[in-house]
Design a protein around this ligand. Sequence first.
Ligand code: FVH
Length: 295
Amino acid sequence: MTDNTPQNSLTLLGLGDMGTALARTWLAAGHRPTVWNRTAAKAEVLAAEGAVTAASPAEAVAANRLVVVCLLDDASVGSALDGIDLTGKDIVNLTTGTPAEGRARAAWAEARGARFVDGGIMATPTMIGVPEAGGYVFYSGSRALFDTHRATLEVPAGARFVGEDPGHAALHDVALLSAMYGMFAGVSHAYALTEGEDIAPEDLAPLLSEWLGAMGFFIGNAAERLTSRDFTSGVVSNLAMQVAGSGTLLRTAEEQGVSAELISPYLELMRSRLTADPAAHGGEDTAGAITLLKR
Ligand code: FVH
């Protein structure tokens, strides 16, 4: 049964892969979203499933107080909402962007009389509406907006509010994605090293998963060291040893005919930390190298 009380009604701009997945979970939960998409055919598919279609972004925005935006990038958000009356609207922007774009978009919306929350989706479209998949969305910006619409926002995926700075949802999103790409880089290098040898990727896969899981302790350990600025107490694998060992990694890449481009930046960062002051940093945990990154 549809529930289109003002509390549960919403507009959704953008019906790409992610927007369509969002719309379907709201429909399945009994909402009747008003949807708009630049390419109208995608909206018509959802109309057949129960959504209300709008002929323009202005018509869609006018239909409801809560307006969820899930477009390609910040520029497409600007072009879709350009010139539309946003007075009294609650805008939740799930379009991926930078922290600065989130802050600028919040100021832009507030100057037009709207409340604004930015979001960073930590899920693929197939994880939307599947709570056991573990996907969720970071939100930041207007706490009042978030509290008003929390129940609706939690329909597609879990909601994690990370503060009133509208740039912080994007910052959390990008921090986690950046860590993910670091892991992808290391795993890619490992597969390249073993390719062509009598080591099947399927045999290496569980070993990689197990090892990366065991090494996950670095995350919490580095957090504690960054907070305390103590990079030397209780170190079990010191920087001098790790830099010496990194030569083995580079020579092995050479022997296997594999480019070291994915791992050498991190090895070089450790080396820079050590060579700046071997006596001071040789006994440190590698977390000390993080301090070199901030420009
Ligand atoms: N899909 C994913 O795995 C990731 C998961 C994490 C979050 N991202 C972000 O979500 C935003 C939308 O992603 P998407 O997967 O829906 O992307 P597309 O399928 O490529 O759909 C893009 C939609 O944006 C519309 N669009 C593009 N340019 C404009 C424009 N200038 N004016 C108005 N609309 C525009 C596009 O319309 P159309 O091509 O169908 O006409 C789609 O509705 C995104 O920020 C991800 O980074 C997804």
